[in-house]
Ligand binder design. Structure first.
Ligand code: 5GP
Length: 187
């Protein structure tokens, strides 16, 4: 199989992770790219499954070693990146790699792999809906909520740079639309 990348991006809280999980459950050819991050692990997360949780110095050392295909300081002091070793691991297994990454990281990967990638932007119906979803998720402090909303506004402005835009006002409909797009991409 040729090397393929399915790049899924969205403002935080737009439902991206749920759609990614849905796609991974429906297509055997897909495999999730586990990112490295310096943000603290949440209770339900597992190191090496959801993320590779690294301390700040280890992350910076990997930047110097060019170990990342892309990386971003997504929030102040919170670094996220895609390890080249992770991509090779999945391609060696003949998988189409699924990326759940921020908008700038997605643009970066898309420009590195224009022929091999399909990019999908998941948009919330509005910033108000996004704010309500982030509040009800209960994972944010007032400061991190503000940071995520500010970043979301910047990210929404870039939605037209992607191959496909899916507006997530109904999760089931959005999942089905994403699945149709992936079916076409993989065939
Ligand atoms: P969270 O902290 O909610 O898990 O993720 C915050 C943001 O970082 C999300 O938009 C997520 O998609 C993004 N992200 C996760 N992994 C990576 C990565 O490897 N690279 C980049 N650029 N962003 C990432």
């Amino acid at each position: 199989m040729s090397r393929q990348l399915l790049i899924i991006t969205a403002p935080s809280g737009a439902g991206k992770t749920t759609i990614v999980r849905y796609l991974l459950g429906h297509f055997r050819q897909l495999a999730f790219s586990i990112s490295a991050t310096t943000r603290p692990k949440r209770d339900h997360e597992t190191d090496g499954v959801d993320y590779y949780f690294l301390d700040h110095d280890t992350f910076q050392e990997k930047i110097r070693q060019h170990a990342f295909a892309e990386y971003e300081e997504v929030y102040p002091g919170r670094w996220y990146g895609t390890l080249r070793t992770e991509m090779d691991r999945l391609w060696n297994d003949d998988k189409c790699i699924v990326f759940d990454i921020d908008v700038l990281g997605a643009l970066n990967l898309q420009s590195q792999y224009p022929e091999e990638s399909l990019s999908m932007f998941i948009a919330p119906p509005s910033l108000e809906v996004l704010e309500n979803r982030l509040r009800s998720r209960g994972t944010e402090t007032p400061e991190s909520l503000t940071a995520r909303l500010q970043r979301a506004a910047m990210e929404l402005e870039r939605c037209n740079s992607f191959d496909q835009v899916i507006i997530n006002d109904d999760l089931e409909t959005a999942c089905q639309k994403a699945a149709r797009i992936v079916t076409a991409f993989l065939s």
